[in-house]
Structure formats: C-alpha cells, structure tokens
Design a protein around this ligand. Sequence first.
Ligand code: BES
Ligand code: ZN
Ligand code: ZN
Length: 477
Amino acid sequence: MKVTTTSLPLEKIETESLVFPVFENEVKNFPENLTTLIDLLKLDVNLENEFTGKTYETFLIPGKTKILLVGAGKKEDFDNRVALNLAGTAARRLQKSKVKSVAFDARLYKDPSVIIEGFGIGQFDPGIYKTGKDKLKEIEELIIVGEINPKNIKTSTAYVTAVNWARKLITEPANKLTPKNIVDEAKKIARDYKLQIEVIDEKEAVRRGMGAFAGIAQGSHQPSFMLVLKYIYNKTAETLGVVGKGITFDSGGISIKPSDKMHEMKMDMAGAASAIGFMKLVGEYKPKINVVCVTPLTENLPGGGALKPGDVVKALNGKTIEVLNTDAEGRVVLSDALVYAQKLGATKLIDLATLTGAVIVALGNDTTAILGNKVDFTQKVINASTQAGERIWELPIFPEHKEFLKSDIADMANIPPSRGAGTIAGAVFLQEFIEPKNSWVHLDIAGTAWLDSEKPYLAKGPTGVGIRTLLKLIEQI
Ligand code: BES
Ligand code: ZN
Ligand code: ZN
C-alpha cells in the first residue's frame, strides 16, 4: 500500500473513496468539508436518519467517489485504541467494496500515523490457502488528508509488516509451520537485520541441561529448537529479554485435550511469533539497549516417547519439575527459555504466552493478563500497553500462591493441587525461574492472541497482540 499525504481540498483529490470519522451525535455538525462535498456531488442523503456515529458504525454513500462515514464514538472516549480501530474499520469496509484508493480525513487524529497502522492491520486476510477469487485485494493507495512526518510513515509501515508477518505465521496450520520452519524464518530475519542467531537443537538442549524443554519436545517427531535472536547495541547497555511460547501445535500430549476446537491449538506459538516479529522492528529501529529473544519451539504431542503424567524433568537452573499434566506444557518449556535469557544477560524480562484457558474465563478476549515480580517494571509495561491501545489488566502474585507449586517428589509440580486461579498458577510457576534481582512480567495472551469472531476492524483469527506494547516499551526503557 502506497501512502501519501495531501492538503488539497477534498473535492480536488483524485481518489475512489473518501473517509470521514464522525463523533457520536455530531452528525448534524458535520465537518464543513463534508457538507460542501455532499452539496457539490448533489447527493440526496438524509444522514441524520442513517448514521449515529457510534464507535465503528459505518455508512457508505455510493457514487463515483464513494464516501464512507465511520463512527468515532464519544469525543471524550476517543483514544489511541479507538483511533487505530476506526482506521481498521474503514479499511475493512472499503476492501469489501473493492476500492483501490482511499483519502482519509485526518482532522480528528493527533497522530495520523495510526491511520496507516489501522489500515495495514485491518486489511490482513487470513485466507492464505484460498485459491479462488474470494481472496481479498489490498487497497493500493492511502492518501492522508493532513500532515504527517515522513519518518512516521516509514516506521508505521514497518510496524504493519511485523504484525502481519506474525499473524501469517499464527494462521499457518501445524503441518505447514513446524519448529524448523520458524527457525528458517528467523534465519532470514537475522540476515536481513544483521541480528545474531543461535539455534539449539534437542540433543544440544539435553547436553546443556534444558531438560524441561527437551522433555516436552520428546513427544513429537518434528525436530524441536530453542531459538535465540540477539540485537546487541553495546556491551555495557542493559539487556531486555523477550521470551515467547512457541508450541506449533498443542494436543495436550498424553493429557490429551478434547477434540472440540483442538484445531485452534496451532495458535499456541503466538507468543513466539510476536516475539520474533518484534525483533524485526528492533532490527529496524536499532534501540539503545540490547535485546535477546528466546523462543522454545516444539509441538506438544503424545508420541511413544512423550512425557507421561508424573514424570520428572530438570530445568536449566537445576530445579526439578513433576509434570502432573502434560497439557500445562507452556510453563515447562518457558522455564528453560527464561533461565537461558538471563544467562545471556537479560535483567528485564517479558514473556508472551498463550498459557492458560483460565485467562479467558477471567478477562475474556480483549484483555491480556499481566503478572510480574517488580511493581515499577509491571507499571511500565502497563503504561506501554495503554499507549499502544492494547488492553491489559494486572493479576496478583501473593506469597500464598506458592502453594500452587506443591509436589510430593520434586521441587515443584506444573499444576496446582486444586482448581482455580489458573492464570496465577502459571505465573507463579514461571517466577521460580527468575532471579530475584531481575525484573520480569508475564503476559498471558491466550485470550487475546486469537479472535473467534471478526470485529469491524479486525479479521477473525490471529491478532499479533503484544508487538505494539513491546514497541512502546523500548521507546521508554
Ligand atoms: N495452550 C493452552 C492454553 C490455551 C487455551 C491457549 C485456550 C489458547 C486458548 C495451554 O497449554 C493449556 O493447555 N493450559 C491448560 C493448563 C491446565 C492443564 C493447568 C489449560 O488452560 O487448561
Ligand atoms: Zn497445553
Ligand atoms: Zn499450550
């Protein structure tokens, strides 16, 4: 999509369509431009009866130049999130009408680069294996009617590329995207952005003491890898560790899942996709900190060699884990990844993981859960998330929650003795692998990484959640 800007009056712009964001109940006081335009085009529409301006409501006035009104909701609620999603709504609506060029009235936008981002994210087409003509076509030209710094056009475009790259990977079924395929993708990224890469295969993982990761990996015939991408700014700078759960298919292992919706478990590598996608941006932005990205990549399958409930494995920090349920595999593979990231020098860590179904019960599909060990770092990530327009909510880790780790024969078990607070149980387990001096947050994205039904601004399927938050975070560290 080509992006340009203009200050021409709307009726002079050569475009197939014009987009106007309109606040709720301001239909009567339409921007002067629009009213003039409607007069000029001699359009016979009584907008007041047709359109209220509620968030993401759309109204399309057909014609040689199509005019699309998009509800911006209440003025006082118009924040980054609405601004972004409004643009996504416009893109999706116009894409359906097979429009090739769009001029977007940026008057309501403090930062019009959000329009580029919303347009790019909104147009993602999950139909990657469709061969017929129901494949959606990309809008070729976006003309922003307003001012925007050319540098922002470049960075917003890079952001869209990274997010949609991650979403494509999450969409891929597990037979098309194995751990090895992700490694190949990461090699390309390392080459393109001159990042260091380390690929640890299963044998090497066992040799180095990553027994937790290797334990889960042994149930699958596909080769598994602990993948590391490193961006080194300089030796004395602080290192941020980004760790992403990369289960390319989670069948549950021997503690097998019910078949209903099991196919969705191809998305259990969404954390890894976001973490690696973020490294593309790191390569682009070149921040003044070091960033290491560690992703454990494996399937969780019940092959003949698979871990059995009750088996014990030893993680890289020497702690032993009794795997009482092989479907709680995420925390097991992440334990080695978190320890390894700290060995590589990370003192601030953020992990992204589709870890628990319980987070969907607690927070639904719009809100990511955040849990951490240091108040100030957790708050920083929450702030970054708010700026990013990604919803996040904190759950606690209290000393009492340590009871969730009780095992009769090992240092800890991978599931708690009783039900309840499943998301906290996941986090309290991960915390066992964080050195107390380091800052760490865990983002449980099981609810937010995948949409079961489409939104006006987003297709059904993968969201690429987390990348935007990470981006805002590195701007602040
Ligand atoms: N990958 C799942 C969590 C998940 C659920 C992700 C729904 C996306 C949507 C994870 O590995 C899992 O199976 N967790 C179990 C943990 C339980 C056995 C303690 C769960 O949430 O049921
Ligand atoms: Zn599982
Ligand atoms: Zn899983």
